[in-house]
Design a protein around this ligand. Structure first.
Ligand SMILES: Nc1ncnc2c1ncn2[C@@H]1O[C@H](COP(=O)(O)OP(=O)(O)OP(=O)(O)O)[C@@H](O)[C@H]1O
Ligand SMILES: [Mg+2]
Length: 345
């Protein structure tokens, strides 16, 4: 077996999580054969795939070489040069404005707000990209009706974002073989995947890059603040005290790391009964307004809990893309208020 045939064989080694082989991804740095030993040098920072790649290589050449030595070298591109929150990098120079949708808390409606804000901006004529930064719970593909889509690569070796409702979308959900494939990644791996989504996706020129953040105040939030000059962030909360407590922590974190806060959205403000249209304040009143008063932040809008929003969202149709003027109105109002706050309207 010579170097050429080894290289040919390596095309059978898959990179876990992506439907690509290690040769086409350009990971092979060096192949050497000395007597009955095969030496391979590969470039990757993603520790989580080392085991699977090495195992596949050993299986592949077990009958051809007595000894196989695989070395992983870090690529310079992502291992160095991380930014800081004081002087963030700009890994998305193609985007004029970067909007992060966050909350200290899970399940309060961040993804629903992100999707509707992004589609609403596109309906106003802006070019918009939506990045699903919720690596462990990527819900954006379902909410945009693109769960069946698979990651595509362009000729320039860049990923091609999916498109629907006039926006470009990238999500880890598009890279896994099935929507129920769990991702067991250390946070350093999740962070490098997101950096790749910023740098190696063909987003084109964007007026807005909207980022749907995962719940909490952890590594991913911090990385985004270090790697991107976030123009404005929207904080989503529900009215009850426990949600407002978590959101207070998120506000303090954002202030610490100098991410501008564009405003708060109160989601699930009241419940509107589908039959009687009667309104119930099941989570209490005034939670978000109190936060806005305490921290001197603008209330961008309130959205009630309605069956329609949940149904259209699960069905992959954002509220702003339906004919329902009332549901659309909530999100359009928030979009308008954000643009006003940013001085763009
Ligand atoms: N105003 C609303 N009325 C009815 N259902 C809603 C509303 N807002 C969100 N939902 C539903 O609540 C669920 C949670 O919303 P969503 O996924 O947007 O929250 P999240 O904050 O992104 O959650 P996570 O923290 O898990 O990412 C979804 O099923 C969504 O359809
Ligand atoms: Mg979400």
């Amino acid at each position: 077996m010579n170097i050429e045939t080894v290289k040919e064989q390596l095309k059978n080694v898959n990179y876990a999580g992506l439907d690509r082989d290690i040769v086409s991804l350009g990971l092979i740095k060096d192949i050497k054969i000395e007597g009955e030993t095969l030496f391979l040098e590969l470039i990757s920072n993603n520790e989580s795939v080392f085991g699977s790649i090495e195992e596949q290589i050993r299986m592949l050449f077990k009958d051809d070489f007595k000894k196989i030595e695989v070395t992983f070298l870090a690529s310079k591109q992502t291992s160095t040069n991380y930014g800081s929150t004081q002087a963030p990098n700009n890994r998305a120079p193609y985007a004029k404005h970067i909007i992060a949708i966050t909350s200290g808390k899970g399940g309060v409606g961040k993804s629903t707000v992100s999707v509707n804000l992004a589609v609403s901006l596109a309906q106003m004529g802006f070019s918009v990209g939506l990045l699903d930064a919720d690596v462990y719970g990527p819900n954006i593909p379902r909410m945009l009706g693109i769960t069946q889509e698979k990651l595509q690569w362009g000729e320039d070796d860049k990923m091609i974002p999916s498109e629907n409702y006039g926006i470009k979308v990238m999500s880890v959900g598009l890279t896994t073989p099935r929507s129920d494939t769990p991702l067991v990644w250390r946070s350093s791996v999740a962070v490098s995947a997101l950096i790749q989504f910023l740098e190696d996706v063909n987003w084109g020129e964007l007026d807005f890059l909207v980022i749907d953040m995962p719940p909490g105040t952890g590594d991913i939030q911090l990385t985004m603040a270090q790697e991107l000059p976030i123009t404005s962030s929207i904080i989503v909360t529900t009215p009850q005290q426990v949600s407002c407590d978590d959101v207070s922590r998120a506000i303090m974190m954002f202030r610490d790391i100098k991410v501008p806060i564009g405003g708060i959205v109160e989601n699930m403000s009241t419940f509107i009964a589908p039959d009687t249209k009667k309104e119930y304040a099941i989570f209490g009143n005034g939670g978000a307004q109190n936060l806005c008063d305490t921290y001197d932040i603008k209330l961008l809008g309130k959205i009630p809990l309605t069956m329609d929003i949940r149904e259209t969202s699960d069905a992959g149709r954002p509220a702003v893309a339906t004919d329902d003027a009332i549901q659309k109105g909530y999100y359009r109002e928030i979009t308008k208020n954000l643009l006003l706050e940013m001085g763009l309207l």
